[in-house]
Design a protein around this ligand. Sequence first.
Ligand code: T1G
Ligand code: NAD
Length: 686
Amino acid sequence: MSGPVRIEVADGIAVATLANPPVNALSAGLRAGLLDALRQAEADSTIRALVIAAEGRSWIAGADISEFGKPPVSPTLADVIAALDASPKPVVAAIHAAALGGGLEVAMACTARVLGPRASLGLPEVKLGLLPGSGGTQRAPRLMGAAAALRLMVQGDPLDAKAALAAGLADALAEDDLLAEARALAARLSPAPVSVRNDRLGSREAFEVEAANYAKRAAEEPQVADCIACVRAAFEKPFVEAVAQERAAFLRLLDDPRSKALRHVFFAERESARVPNLPAGTQPRPVARAAVLGSGTMGAGIAMCFANAGIPVRVIETDEEALARGLTRIRGTYDSSVKRGSLTPEARDARMALIEGAVGLDAVADADLVIEAVFEEMALKREVFATLDRVTKPGTVLASNTSYLDIDEMARATARPGDVLGMHFFSPANVMRLLEVVRGAATSPEALATAVEIGKRLKKTPVVVGVCYGFVGNRMLARRTAQVERLLLEGATPDQVDAALVAFGFRMGPCAMSDLAGLDIGWRIRRASGKRAPVADALVEAGRLGQKTQKGFYLYPEGARAGVVDPEVTALIEQVSAAEGVARRVIGAEEILDRLVLPMVNEGARILEEGIAARPGDIDVVWLHGYNWPAWRGGPMHHADALGLVRIAARLTALAQQTGDDSLLPAPLLARLAAEGRGFASLKAT
Ligand code: T1G
Ligand code: NAD
């Protein structure tokens, strides 16, 4: 038997071994191979039972997501599962690793399941905007109880081997020889399809109590509502009817733009990890020890990332007082995690032990990687890199955490520009997953590979971008911020602007976000670059810096985290409008949203034109993990394709005419793709 399934028979037990790298996704070929193996076992009278085993880092990672949306190919997964369920011979799943989604559905259609110690079982479909679509919403409740099954589906996180066994999803845990135990079990079993069982469903009350926990999510996420309805059907309908209900829900969700967006994100995240144009075989340099310059807002968080990953890190400041402030900030952050119970005191102490403080740049001499997070001033950054060039050992990677500034200019301050790049973390650095790795004109492949590798070790999502002002995220954000200013001057209020973006799916609007980050940060950057933001500047000059002063765009009585509308701000904005000679008018939510999102998409097109980002998906990953763009909207470039570039180009042209702002005119790439009836997704990586 060729293809992704190999079958061996011994002592009347057939073992079908799946091998469809990298993760045994249930592609058409694997489904056909599996069904053939079952049919062969059924037809051969010398074969008493079948064991399904697999090779590779997963047992079965689920349906092949890349086949979704394409015409179905027989046998379908439902065909394979129905055949397993109806088999006259016992079938045992020997699960050595991850059995997820359709993979667990295949296992649950078997007579029994034996786990290896590294097995994990899960139904993560909700993370793709879907639900288990091949019987999972009916078989899981029949094995582990309806309430627990619902929890497994709605949370989407896998259970490890012990937890899966305890939950009833498996029949045995083989600490040593998984295949031997599975064969032995298969030899003594008789077929007993899970589909006919009802003895483990548990009580309807317990299920309804569990379902009530997800009422809010069910209101926002259709896939959660469908999970609840389908598991409830296990109490109300015969198996076949309930499976039909599940199938109908699955096909409806499959066509839902939210699921299409989440599937786009799944592949975009994996594609963004592939560094474009990196010579094959490029090896990252080893990083056993790191150093971080500056222990302010970012330096402290970055140091924690290294300690959290078990990498010793030295934090360097200008003086003892600043250093003490920084180390206290780090300790304080860990203490609040211990208080919240998300970290043990032992783990805190172990991490603190990996963080050393020092004053003066000589302390970086033994570091393999140095990340500077000092003030955002080019003169200071150049001085720091010139010093790092002298005091660090050959091969040390020199990175800047700058938000906007020119990495190539910093590299030119050294005699080893190949070792210089940007590693742009996002605040709070110990929380936000995004890491923009900024590739300079002279950055060497090894240095780049080292930064990306470290990014992954720090559990970040590294995205490689080129050098320009603000790189990808902040450059696009600047377009949105400029529109926030214009909208406020022209008549919108901060809460109207924020409400439009929150309704779109963001957890927080731009005005509330500025209040959280501090209005003075943007003000300092504008002052340094000679730029103006009349409304935001006026707020800062009125001492309204945001939450840190209990007032910014909003008022924060007694340090409240949620701001309240402040009539003083409305009055101040009206004054600024008058001073700027801008007539105020009523602006609708649709126009507000278009002006917050479309100029960013347009800037994204320019970024792709210039090769600052290699793929539209990379831009989406930046916005998802750096700016909380709602995942079910797929990211700005995916969202643009969903809206249609013809419509966007027309809307941008209209907005440019209406506002007189030529920067809103469609970027050449956007205009070209619109004219060709294409989307950003049709672009190949540069
Ligand atoms: N389909 C297609 N490709 C897949 C895939 C899948 N299910 N899972 C992984 N890949 C590809 C991935 O794109 C990457 O490709 C490579 O495999 C390695 O993945 C009917 C509807 C299993 C935990 O949601 O969570 O079943 O980039 O880098 O870190 O009810 O992959 O190398 O070209 O992530 O070791 C449900 C999805 C599907 C699980 C391994 N299943 N996969 O993690 O490797 S829906 C899932 C994962 C379904 C049924 C329903 C992870 C992993 P490339 P990787 P990893
Ligand atoms: P910060 O003002 O909070 O901290 C800067 C720290 O650098 C201070 O503690 C200062 O004492 C120290 N420092 C100054 N010169 C130094 C030197 N020569 N050697 C060692 N330490 C020195 O600033 P921040 O917000 O942490 O920003 C730091 C960098 O990170 C900037 O480039 C900024 O643009 C960038 N950044 C900031 C954010 C953010 O949200 N704050 C996000 C991403 C990137």
